[in-house]
Design a protein. Structure first.
Length: 313
């Protein structure tokens, strides 16, 4: 009986000592600290973001609401909301101008934009592959010359290009606006794709070359799938630039039935007679919608393009 009491007493006495030893070994238990943001900081950030969003979206909102203003309110009602809302502007735009329906202008712009995307992406990718993956004499000189064209203003080559296309009988056709896109004349896109390709490992190229694949096979089966984010980025910018191009069509197109949307918008305003500002604003808003839709559909590829820039060999 005394033995069991002694064992119990010694066990009870050793329990605090054992707990203290465990505390010294493992350390005190610490709860994860929660990081909480104060309410007033959240409110300030929310108000700031809402104010910045309102500033950015206000011109687009004003443009949309102005499409419902009658022509008489322009110059008098500078507010956001129309005083006498009307749908007459949309009817005028749908009917067209100068005897040409609006869909014709849309078709011309779409033809030029799609051709610019296809030509720019295809030719720039081929040129970039030659600069990034093929070693040949004069590579550095040709690449430097291509980069130098970025410093050359477009206005310097306007007259020589116009004389060339005029001698070929291509003025008042779409060829002067489409043909250069298939010749890798956009050095910005070539440079972008070259930098993207140079970050890709060459192991796959060498393995494909051992299996008997040539440059065309390597480009089509290996390089193109890997640079898809960069190609989509080039396509987005090429589409937007071609859709909004005003100077090129103004130089080469003389027939109203060949006008794209940027030139067609000019027909609504005449310096010698009255201008239809309501139809101009409405046509501008309608012309803006395809660009917004195109950008919203493909904007995630821009993020993918930035994320894959960390690929290293």
């Amino acid at each position: 009986m005394s033995t069991s009491n002694a064992a119990t007493t010694s066990g009870a006495a050793s329990t605090p000592v054992f707990a203290a030893q465990q505390t010294l070994v493992t350390g005190p238990t610490q709860r994860p600290r929660r990081v909480t943001r104060k309410t007033w900081q959240t409110v300030i950030w929310l108000v700031g973001l809402l104010a910045l969003t309102a500033i950015v979206l206000y011109p687009l909102l004003w443009l949309f609401l102005s499409t419902f203003k009658p022509n008489s309110e322009f110059g008098q009602n500078m507010g956001l909301l129309p005083q006498a809302p009307t749908f007459d502007n949309y009817i005028k735009v749908a009917e067209g101008i100068a005897g040409i329906p609006m869909w014709k202008f849309f078709a011309n712009s779409l033809l030029l934009a799609v051709s610019a995307v296809v030509g720019t992406v295809l030719s720039s990718a081929l040129a970039a592959y030659a600069f990034a993956r093929i070693q040949f004499k004069g590579l550095g000189i040709l690449f430097a010359a291509m980069i130098g064209t970025l410093l050359l203003p477009f206005h310097v080559v306007i007259i020589p290009q116009y004389i060339l296309f005029n001698n070929l009988g291509l003025v008042d056709t779409f060829w002067p606006l489409i043909l250069p896109k298939f010749l890798a004349t956009e050095a910005f896109f070539v440079f972008l794709l070259v930098q993207f390709m140079r970050q890709m490992p060459r192991d796959m190229d060498e393995a494909a070359r051992i299996d008997g694949a040539g440059h065309l096979r390597i480009f089509w089966a290996i390089i193109l799938p890997l640079i898809k984010p960069a190609l989509i980025t080039c396509a987005i910018f090429a589409f937007i630039w071609s859709w909004n191009d005003f100077l090129g069509p103004l130089l080469y197109l003389t027939s109203p039935e060949n006008y794209p949307l940027p030139i067609a918008l000019r027909l609504y305003n005449d310096q010698t007679t009255s201008s239809d500002f309501g139809a101009t604003v409405t046509a501008s808003f309608v012309a803006l919608l395809p660009v917004l839709v195109f950008f919203l559909v493909f904007q995630r590829f821009l993020v993918d393009g930035v994320a894959t820039q960390g690929l290293k060999g």
